[in-house]
Design a binder for this molecule. Structure first.
Ligand code: COA
Length: 155
């Protein structure tokens, strides 16, 4: 079942969000920060976003257990990025034990629908360069590659 999240889901979502953050930090510790008390931090942040009318937080539930979530938001025109108002898919995470059963696909499609209903003409998202699974997922759903981010440390 894919459904909108409520504040009762935050205890289940926060550990998944923390894993998403840790995985990114592991890819490149300098580029992706790992805040202290990451679980608590993202519980606070996503709880705040639940009250944001521009944001959407959805969960995937199996037999009453949350096994994945996605978080997205309508974003305003960004002149620096040459990016007009759009829907941004910020997070999608599926518990390891529930993978390769189409749950992420269902979450992403539900997020696309939700953001379209709010007026988004397109969805834009970022995926870490080494994250082949995410790239395969998004490409299978019709996302095209539009931007490459580069990072260099300054001595
Ligand atoms: C990426 C992720 C969300 C996929 O979740 P999932 O529920 O297993 O994905 P689905 O079962 O819906 O897969 C849909 C399609 O995506 C692709 N895909 C998913 N996982 C893949 C993998 N490990 N390797 C290659 N392709 C993969 C496949 O095309 C798959 O279709 P198929 O199973 O018919 O071949 C999950 O692995 C995850 O949570 N990873 C960690 C968090 C993450 O990277 N999030 C994305 C951040 S941008």
């Amino acid at each position: 079942v894919i459904r909108p999240a409520s504040s009762d889901d935050l205890d289940a979502i926060a550990p998944l969000a923390a894993r998403l953050v840790r995985e990114h930090h592991h890819y490149d510790p300098q580029r992706f920060f790992l805040p202290e008390r990451v679980e608590e931090g993202y519980r606070w942040w996503l709880g705040r976003e639940l009250a944001n009318p521009q944001a959407t937080l959805l969960v995937a539930e199996e037999d009453g257990v949350v096994v994945g979530y996605t978080y997205g938001r309508l974003e305003e025109r960004d002149w620096n990025a040459l990016l007009d108002e759009c829907g941004a898919l910020h997070d999608v995470y599926v518990d390891e034990k529930a993978r390769r059963r189409g749950i992420a696909r269902a979450l992403v499609m539900a997020m696309c629908d939700a953001l379209k209903k709010r007026g988004a003409p397109r969805i834009v998202l970022h995926t870490a360069s080494p994250n082949a699974a995410a790239q395969a997922l998004f490409s299978s759903l019709g996302f095209r590659s539009t931007m490459i981010e580069l990072t260099r440390e300054l001595p």
